[in-house]
Ligand binder design. Structure first.
Ligand code: ADP
Ligand code: MG
Length: 422
């Protein structure tokens, strides 16, 4: 079963904020909803406001990690992607990637936050309520394992991914909808409707290594070793929505009780500090000792015989996902766990009608798309996969970020990282 450990106390936390993520309100959301909670729970933190893309990646690649007990992202999934890759680029990646990682949803794509919330067996939550739930998990400080997926690109670049690899419809919607970032998570629905109007087929070859042995059902594993929760800050707990607090009084308090709406940076520095210009140091930056991908031949070699080669070569989408949620309101993989050791591979073949595709995405809100009986939708649990696009034009995303377009392959590394959850 899953063994949750507890964060060291006091937990010295670095919180990385992307001020431009989502509607550009991540810092205000932090100050308004999270700051007081952390202060009350005596979590000492340093707020780091990123100044440009890859700032966080450079920072964690060179940071002295002995100073930190947790790295927390207040942004969308894109900033965690930077942090994980920064950690994996270090010479000491094996210890570095063991640093507990936390997620506070402040972006427009908050798939991991929605997934962690879902794994905690709480009823669905969105927006500020999801943020509060994640803030509360950070205060509780339980840490569980997180699978990572190693991704190889044609240029022999290698990336580490915690969420998804997408090609076709899903990748196009994700990137095209970034221009609607100011509307928040609903950008994916808007992007889906726009993309449906110009639905296209993507040609390519897909192959995968099926996961033959499926681990025990997730529920058994969660309940097995979760340590009992003892509220240490009763005043904080009593001000949270009751479903966030195990065995709490059924009376649901107003969310306003635990919200501090004064955006006053000086008061952040009372208990903690704000840093906006950490300079990268000089350690790390050596890739000699990275993990080996034993399941993957090189990209110019054929796939091994025990792989399945998909017959169809005309797709509407290919999506490999390793968390339950693709977005706050897209429950893509009902049975997924952060550490199930699986890549959940979905593909939709050409010939699906626009209404049928829309129905799939609408059903995904309730996680019922697999029950739609759609003959164009295929779902396989795999450990590795390879995708070779033939169409000249298209987009591939990893964790919602655009990567080089071309042949790509990936394999799962069970429990490589650690995640604040539960
Ligand atoms: P969202 O969910 O709103 O897309 P993300 O966390 O995914 O939010 O961030 C979007 C992109 O912004 C990512 O590619 C990330 O690397 C990048 N980024 C991070 N910090 C900054 C910054 N200070 N300025 C501009 N871009 C940034
Ligand atoms: Mg993003």
């Amino acid at each position: 079963g899953v063994t949750y450990t507890e964060l060291r106390r006091p937990c010295r936390t670095m919180i990385l904020v992307n001020p431009h993520s989502g509607r550009g309100q991540a810092l205000q959301l932090f100050t308004g909803h999270i700051r007081a909670m952390l202060t009350e729970a005596s979590v000492p933190y340093t707020l780091v406001i990123t100044e440009h893309q890859n700032h966080a990646r450079e920072l964690v690649r060179n940071a002295d990690l002995t100073q930190w007990d947790a790295l927390v992202i207040m942004s969308g999934d894109g900033l965690l992607f930077e942090v994980i890759n920064g950690l994996m680029e270090r010479e000491d990646w094996q210890q570095a990637i063991q640093t507990p990682l936390g997620m506070l949803p402040g972006g427009s794509g908050n798939a991991l936050a929605a997934s962690i919330h879902h794994y905690s067996q709480s009823p669905p939550a969105w927006n500020e309520e999801l943020l509060l739930s994640c803030g509360f998990m950070l205060c509780k400080g339980l840490v569980g394992p997180l699978d990572l997926v190693s991704v190889h690109l044609a240029s022999s670049q290698r990336l580490f991914s915690f969420l998804s690899l997408a090609w076709g419809f899903v990748a196009d919607v994700d990137i095209e909808s970034e221009k609607y970032r100011h509307v928040g998570a609903i950008r994916f629905l808007m992007g889906t409707l726009v993309r449906l109007a110009s639905l296209r087929v993507y040609q390519g070859r897909l192959a995968y290594l099926p996961a033959k042995e499926v681990p025990k059902p997730p529920n058994e594993r969660v309940k097995a070793t979760r340590p009992p929760f003892t509220p240490q800050q009763p005043s904080l707990c009593s001000s949270l929505p009751c479903h966030l607090v195990p065995r709490a009084s059924p009376k649901q308090s107003s969310l306003k009780n635990c919200v501090d709406t004064n955006l006053n940076q000086n008061s952040i520095t009372n208990s903690s500090s704000v840093i906006t210009n950490i300079r990268p140091g000089t350690q790390g930056n050596n890739k000699t000792a990275s993990p080996t991908d034993s399941l993957l031949p090189s990209l110019d070699q054929p796939v091994p015989e025990n792989w399945t080669v998909v017959n169809e070569e005309d797709f509407v989408l290919v999506l490999a996902i390793y968390q339950s949620h693709l977005a706050e309101d897209l429950w893509t993989v009902p049975g997924a766990m952060a550490d199930d050791g699986l890549i959940h591979l979905f593909y939709v073949t050409a010939g699906i009608s626009r209404p049928a595709l829309l129905r799939l995405f609408l059903a995904m809100e309730r996680g019922s798309h697999l029950a739609c009986g759609c003959p164009h939708l295929v779902y396989e649990k795999v450990r590795a996969l390879r995708l070779e696009p033939v169409s000249q034009q298209g987009m591939i995303t990893v964790d919602g970020e655009v990567v080089e377009y071309g042949p790509i392959q990936a394999q799962v590394h069970p429990r490589m990282a650690r995640l604040i959850c539960g």
